[in-house]
Design a protein. Sequence first.
Length: 462
Amino acid sequence: MRYANRKIMVLASAFLSALGAVALSASTAGMAHAGTITPLPAAYQIFADTAHGHLFIGEGTSPSYQPFPTDSAILVTDLSGNPVAALPGSLGVDGMMLSPDDTTLYVAQDGGVAVFSTATLQQTGFYSIGFPAYSAVLQSGRIWVTYGEGNSLFAIGSIDPSTGSFNPQAFPATWTNFPPLMSADPAGQSGTVVTSTEGIVPPMVASYNVSNPAAVTQIASSQQVGTCPLPNSMAVLPGGAAFVCQDELFSTADMSLQVFYGNGGVVGVAADGTVAEADAPFGSFPDTIPDTFVFPPGATDFASYRAAYTLEGPNAVISALALSADAETLYAIVQNNPVLADPVSFTVLALDARAMTTLTLSGPASGTAHGSVTLTGQLSTQLTGTQAALPGAKVTITRTISGAGTKPTKTLSVTTGADGTFTVTDVLPIAGTYTYTARFAGDSANAPAAPAVVAIAGRPGR
């Protein structure tokens, strides 16, 4: 059910600063293309701006405290993975955040937060904070940024975009060793921010209410949640009531476990609450086992996924995930060789995140020319996380006849009933082998089904 599989090979090394070539291998999605970008030593963050047709790919913060590579950049591609531009970071770039309305990209840099227009891909501003900034999130009308110097305390401050003013002591907490990982409600309005410590065992995960930026309060904290080792392994769900840490969903109110998604380590969240989850790097093998899953809003357990893919292998691991605004497409970055390999290459995949569907078709083995045959079938979907009938869906059935001479191909259309079943009757005009192929093209919530085929021998009539 993959409907796009563009491959973008990003040749990268942690020590390169010059421009490098991006070789795109040919795939079923179309011809190969090539582009030039700034090499990436890693790709831990991806944001999908479907409004403008762009993907933003960055090194992210892994771990959060890393030297800022000079002249590093954010890679911009189209939604098929073709290079479009590179957003420069003369001060070195780290974590980034896309605004809920897809109009602005905020990039943490050495010294502050840079602001880019997603429409023009031009820098429109810079908020100076006087310290290295490692990650940024948007919530309650403020930009919340982790900052600090090496071998000292780290903190979370807030920037007021209307004035550019920076409050360095916005959070009632400080962190040692490394700046915290940070995630916020993607809708930006609930006032929920979640943090996770790095470099401390066991890690401390905490939720905060930032609805009043002048009086931030802690909601809950726990050392039992586990580790969210990468910025792409923690995500707050829309509404702020829950957050994903690696492969589990927790309540922001009391840190209680809500859902177990599997053995994952990389996560992406859509505006409607859809969750995408993938195995941690160098996770489960063999690579014939599904390792990347899409869970519908409200999924209650690991078995409740609506789509699944096998993307990883001994030398291929998922490094970042992002869902489109309508949750119909999952964008995945696959690292194609081990972390220590030089250069590192990445593949950008656009995958169908809609629910998997199954289509069946059955009929008699034979029929008589000038007589009729009846075909039956059923269409089901995993839209809610379990296999269920898909009613009211259009199924087309194409008929071809071998040795039919000038007899044209015939197309029949039928709508599934309440139980997902359908029945069609067709007349066999001549003797020959009749092949009926049923297809479901998909809709906004359901992916196309694999075609179902039935062959019927049309015997000569009397």
